[in-house]
Design a protein around this ligand. Structure first.
Ligand SMILES: Cc1ncc(COP(=O)(O)O)c(C=O)c1O
Length: 472
């Protein structure tokens, strides 16, 4: 493709992009295809000759789009949001065009220096306080893995890296029963083992019980095990539970345990001063992650990872073959030492575009609006006699179940499962589920860029009508 053709196709693509964003509501939210349906449209073998971009683009629209779940749809109420925005998309276009691989300072000084500055901006925006250094990871899972590896190495005086884990005895890791699965995955990858990943009971709000944590640590120490790390969650995936940082921090300080905070979703809400109660006790935290790619108008992927002691993270991950030495070694930040992969995208650019384009106030307005919308929606459910608000709105997430009179308690899980499947197969809205305190419940997560009160009024109608039809 020559540059003139590129220019022409790029303009066509931008027109399609704007049209798509304008008409995204016309699509079913969740892809309505069967397994294998898209694969059947893709040839078994690659083309020998190049094909015209017109043909490729037409096939994209005809064959690929039906297999897309529309995360930017205003009725996307599933999982957590991945809310994108036009400024972020523009930055992604520039990033893709530059095609820079920003593994070390020298391979694009602007990428490194902007990353440092953007993380500093984010730390200020969230009110994290002084004394942090930041890095952008691809995902919260990676940041948590890095934290757990650092905790392991710190506890083993960096001997795990040097000599392996044989003979190191049992290391243990602590999260709550509601902690995200990435913690257990990290325990497996880090050689700690899923069986040594303790799931501490939660209270009625879904927050980790500090007393139960302390008791479990005591019991493990008595059994000759070595506790190394606690992962606290702000905004659990199931119900938005918030673990209490201050008492967890006290336990960690007393035992010299590493304390990592997973605020993947709820971290964005910290741009609102009224939510900062969630980080009371942050002084005792060693590392903190949140995802601007969830709720801060920044396209996936962009995970902001803050650490108190960058030297510990770097010491855990660094490795220096001759081909990665550069003239500026030691004088500058080389972010390759701060993450698992060597190669790095220029992710800071989209943060720069987004934060400058909306300003802190614009972002605050959006998060505040989503929280208010979720609270209203939760209120409608609470007022409905045949529905139960199982967990109230925590930020912009709440959980409910359909509970019509006359249906035995033992049948409610199956009824709600059927309700969710029917709703998602219908395509007008998209919701997901969790199990809390043994009950199957439906989650509503508000946070898409263009979601308004009118969308939620309509969504509530769809939920009620569908539930009543199922019960009839
Ligand atoms: C609390 C929490 N932690 C971690 C993750 C994983 O995030 P990522 O996809 O960035 O790894 C999620 C995803 O929703 C989450 O809710």
């Amino acid at each position: 493709m020559n540059i003139d053709d590129f220019r022409r196709h790029a303009h066509e693509m931008v027109d399609w992009m704007a049209d798509y964003l304008e008409t995204v509501e016309d699509y079913p939210v969740r892809a309505q295809v069967a397994p294998g349906e898209i694969a059947a449209k893709l040839p078994d073998v690659p083309p020998e000759q190049g094909e015209a971009m017109e043909t490729i683009f037409a096939d994209f629209k005809r064959d690929v789009l039906p297999g897309i779940t529309h995360w930017q749809h205003p009725n996307f109420l599933a999982y957590f949001p991945a809310n994108a925005s036009p400024p972020s998309v523009l930055a992604e276009m520039a990033t893709a065009t530059l095609g820079a691989q920003c593994m070390i300072w020298e391979t694009s000084p602007a990428a490194t220096e902007m990353e440092t500055r953007m993380l500093d901006w984010l730390g200020q925006m969230l009110g994290l306080g002084e004394g942090w250094a930041g890095v952008i990871q691809d995902s919260a899972s990676t940041a948590t893995l890095c934290a757990i590896l650092t905790a392991r190495e710190r506890a083993l005086d960096w001997q795990g890296n040097a000599a392996g884990l044989a003979g190191q005895g049992g290391l243990t890791l602590y999260g709550s029963a509601e902690t995200h699965s990435s913690i257990e995955k990290a325990a497996k990858i880090a050689g700690i083992g899923a069986a040594h990943c303790r799931k501490i009971p939660v209270d009625a709000t879904g927050a980790m019980r500090a007393d139960a944590l302390a008791a479990q640590i005591e019991a493990d120490v008595a059994d000759g095990l070595t506790p190394i790390c606690v992962v606290a969650t702000l905004g659990t995936t199931g119900t938005g539970g918030v673990d209490p940082l201050r008492p967890l921090g006290e336990i960690c300080r007393a035992r010299e345990l590493y304390l990592h905070v997973d605020a993947a979703w709820a971290g964005s809400a910290l741009i609102l001063p009224e939510t900062r109660w969630m980080i009371e006790g942050i002084e005792a935290v060693d590392s903190f992650v949140f995802n601007p790619h969830k709720w801060l108008l920044t396209n996936f992927d962009c995970s902001a990872h803050f650490v108190r002691e960058p030297d510990s993270l770097v010491r855990t991950l660094t490795i220096l073959p001759e081909y990665l030495r550069s003239q500026r070694q030691g004088e500058v930040i080389d972010y390759r030492d701060w993450s698992v992969p060597l190669g790095r995208r220029f992710r800071a650019l989209k943060l720069w575009f987004v934060i400058r384009s909306y300003g802190v106030e614009g972002l605050q307005e959006m998060v505040r609006r989503h929280i208010a919308l979720a609270e209203d929606f939760a209120g409608w459910i609470e007022d409905a006699a045949d529905f139960e608000l199982v967990q109230p709105a925590k930020l912009a997430l709440f959980c409910f179940r359909y509970r019509p009179a006359g249906v035995p308690a033992a049948d409610l899980d199956a009824l709600n499962r059927r309700l969710l499947t029917t709703l998602n197969d219908d395509g007008r809205i998209y919701l997901t589920q969790t199990v809390f305190a043994g009950d199957y419940v439906i989650r509503v997560s508000v946070g898409q860029t263009t979601t308004t009160a009118a969308h939620l009024v309509a969504a509530w109608d769809v939920i009620r009508d569908t539930a009543h039809r199922l019960a009839a």
